[in-house]
Design a protein around this ligand. Structure first.
Ligand code: PGA
Length: 248
């Protein structure tokens, strides 16, 4: 049985005060669960949030990293920096990074390898644009992203990943994929992973859904056989809505 995982992607939201307050609120309201719960605040708030949650089972994740160990790369953050402030997870290849910051399948691949070197669990994001879905290209696009992201990884490494399927048209739009639409793509991803890395790896890997997941639509999405959790944007910025999804 795959352990479910719900991660909050705070994106470019929260100053230090707001981040600490949100983490404290989540900690106060969190009763524990069978689910892995991960908070992904902006870089500047990672350490402060780590301090708040370090005596709980809630885990910390970053929203990106750079694939070099260190050096003259102004503005970048390394895997070692992330582990030093308590991160266990890192989101890689979010569609907003692909859209606005030139992230490619190649850079996603390098980042995944570096994260694994440092025992960080990558949350690898894939997903199609609306035009691609309408042109029936969803599977082609997602397969290209998965193959590119996982290039050169052996089955043992693939087994360590979390995949997040996030249809771009559902992110921040309030237009959630139907449970059947999401399940179809999750099934497709798992089948592809079985081809690439074997059945056992594919069966064990956790695939989150992301895109306008809210407390009132989470339960039916999470009831699908291949949906193992959620990557939550907007609804992760309030303790009650985030935990409403965790408890769903
Ligand atoms: P959303 O974002 O929940 O606000 O749609 C999800 C994401 O981008 O990870």
């Amino acid at each position: 049985m795959r352990k479910r995982i719900v991660a909050g992607n705070w994106k470019m939201n929260t100053n230090i005060e707001q981040a600490v307050k949100l983490a404290l609120d989540i900690k106060a309201q969190y009763k524990g669960s069978e689910v892995d719960v991960v908070l992904c605040p902006p870089f500047t708030n990672l350490y402060a949030v780590h301090r708040v949650i370090q005596d709980t089972t809630i885990k910390l994740g970053a929203q990106d990293l750079y694939w070099k160990d260190g050096g003259a790369y102004t503005g970048q953050i390394s895997a070692g920096m992330l582990t030093s402030v308590g991160c266990q997870f890192v989101i890689i290849g979010h569609s907003e990074r692909r859209q606005f910051f030139g992230e490619t399948d190649e850079s996603v691949n390098k980042k995944i390898k570096k994260a694994l070197d440092y025992h960080l669990t990558p949350i690898v994001c894939v997903g199609e644009w609306l035009e691609q879905r309408e042109a029936n290209e969803t599977e082609t696009v997602v397969a290209r992203q998965i193959r590119g992201a996982l290039a050169g990884l052996d089955a043992d490494d693939v087994a360590k990943l979390v995949i997040a399927y996030e249809p771009v048209w559902a992110i921040g739009t309030g237009k959630v994929a139907t449970p059947a639409q999401a399940q179809d793509v999750h099934r497709f991803i798992r089948t592809l992973l079985a081809e690439m890395s074997g059945e056992a790896t594919a069966d064990g890997i956790r695939i989150q859904y992301g895109g306008s997941m809210k407390p009132d639509n989470a339960a039916e999405l999470l009831a699908q056989p291949d949906i193992d959790g959620g990557l939550i944007g907007g609804a992760s910025l309030k303790a009650d809505s985030f935990l409403g999804i965790v408890n769903a």
